[in-house]
Design a protein around this ligand. Structure first.
Ligand code: GLN
Length: 477
């Protein structure tokens, strides 16, 4: 097995047993990035010098017997997580030259464990998209088929993990941006419960939905990475102060006997790709043979989820993105007449089409006289969607369904049809609206050899249960 193919857990053991140094490992990854990035375009910024310096420091720690699971492990970081002294673009021309003066809490936590930062990875502009095609830095290509998208918005994260250009990555998920690209690229992705992970230092898209989470090669690695970034943070008022379990220790091979798996009937509807449906149903059959109980459930408000999301997310985005005015951050137009003209030109030149579309939708939905009809109504429907899930969790332990109705589509296929693109998130969006944790697990491949993802949804703060079930399903496969 190629060394770069290995999981965090395996690399950790090699580092611990001194079979390799972090510096050697880092150089191998950097070489791989150098060779592949022109093709895949996963990295926006490659941090060669910083990575080498960090790897030396990690080796020093390891020598002194000071090693944790992530010490010396080379990772990539989605380019909307603030990294002190390292450019953080959010995939936008607007932040092309933005170098944060502080670290996001999640990155700070990783640094405490002496990770190696290989670089900042590509994404849809301001995390708005499902294909990574809205990035100012060009599309990312799916390592399984270079003509196809890796999914989005954490496309660079998922592609960099799938192509062995890092051991694992951090992404963010507002409506599916961790799970859908993980599914398209055949890797594991976890969106934690809203409040589990600090959002401090995450460039905000839609604050009531955004969560940071891991994208990894397997479930074990996912447990390691979520462990490292979880927990209360006084710098994020939405982070929740409850104990973080030992996710890795809780992973146990156990029988699925008696596990109640809910399968929402609304998720197997017209429009879903036949092969995706077949693959997930086949997998559910296997789990049933292993002793799990498959229970049909209903999430009756599913049909309103995408519409609800496309009021709430753009409304919050229009407010969050008001700060990019050419004064405080990033890009400023070169030629302008007065202050107002400067604002206008900066925003017209600095943002791409999709971001502008969202700002316009959001501003409209929030404008005087429309607030009650749109935002308030959407907030009410959001509560109904939450309630649907709670009713389901009264009966079942977890919910299983596809991550996405399709496998990776072709670059260019949907970019001119926003509604079609938005519908790709139909199975992931409800989970964000409810604030629940959701995990994407590779479940099989279609006839084009493209990965298909199984989504496992758990109740609030049950990441440990979710990971454990995913771990055991992974074993069955
Ligand atoms: N694809 C969805 C959107 O465009 C979700 C993006 C995300 O989760 N950041 O809004």
């Amino acid at each position: 097995m190629e060394i770069l193919d290995r999981s965090i857990f395996e690399l950790h053991n090699m580092l611990k047993n001194r079979e390799i140094t972090s510096q050697e490992l880092t150089n191998k990854f950097l070489e791989k990035i150098e060779n592949l990035n022109k093709k895949i375009n996963a990295y926006i910024t490659i941090c060669e010098d910083i990575a080498i310096e960090q790897s030396k420091k990690a080796d020093e720690k390891i020598k002194n017997g000071n090693i944790s699971y992530l010490t010396g492990i080379p990772l990539s970081i989605k380019d909307l997580i603030c990294t002190k002294g390292i450019r953080t673009t959010c995939g936008s021309k607007m932040l092309n030259n933005y170098i944060p003066t502080y670290n996001a809490t999640v990155y700070e936590k990783l640094l405490e464990q002496n990770i190696v930062t290989l670089g900042k990875v590509n994404m849809d502009e301001f995390a708005m998209g499902s294909s990574n095609e809205t990035s100012y830095f060009g599309p990312v290509r799916n390592p399984h088929d270079l003509e196809r998208v890796p999914g989005g918005s954490s496309g660079g994260s998922a592609a960099s993990v799938a192509a062995n250009m890092c051991a694992a990555s951090l992404g963010s998920d507002t409506g599916g941006s961790i799970r859908q690209p993980a599914s398209f690229c055949g890797v594991v992705g976890l969106k934690p419960t809203y409040g589990r992970v600090s959002r401090y230092g995450l460039v905000a898209f839609a604050s009531s939905l955004d969560q940071i989470g891991p994208i990894t090669k397997n479930v074990e690695d996912c447990a390691i990475l979520i462990q490292a970034i979880s927990g209360y943070d006084e710098k994020d008022s939405t982070s929740v102060n409850i104990e973080v379990p030992d996710y890795l220790k809780d992973l146990k091979k156990e029988s699925l006997k008696g596990l109640k798996i809910g399968v929402p009937k609304e998720y197997f509807i017209a429009g879903i790709n036949e092969e995706v449906e077949k693959c997930i149903k086949h997998l559910l059959n296997i789990l049933e043979k292993e002793g799990a109980e498959i229970i049909e459930i209903s999430l009756p408000h599913t049909e309103y989820a995408v519409a609800t999301y496309y009021i709430i997310a753009p409304a919050e985005a229009s407010s969050n993105l008001a700060r990019y005015d050419g004064v405080k951050f990033g890009y400023r137009a070169e030629n302008y007449e007065d202050l107002l003209d400067m604002y206008k030109k900066t925003r017209a030149e600095g943002f791409g089409d999709e971001v502008k579309r969202r700002i316009m939708i959001g501003t409209y939905a929030l404008s005087s006289g429309y607030y009650d009809a749109y935002y308030l109504k959407a907030a009410k429907v959001r509560n109904l969607i939450k309630q649907d899930f709670q009713n389901a969790f009264n009966v079942v332990d977890v919910i299983m369904c596809p991550v996405s109705p399709t496998t990776a589509f072709k670059i260019g296929e949907k970019i001119d049809n926003p509604l079609d693109m938005y519908l790709n998130d139909i199975f992931t969006i409800p989970v964000n609206l409810a604030g629940l944790p959701g995990l994407s697990l590779p479940a099989g491949k279609d006839s084009n050899n493209l990965p298909i993802g199984l989504q496992i949804i758990g109740n609030y703060f049950q990441e440990n249960k979710l990971l454990n079930i995913a771990y055991n399903v992974e074993q069955c496969l």
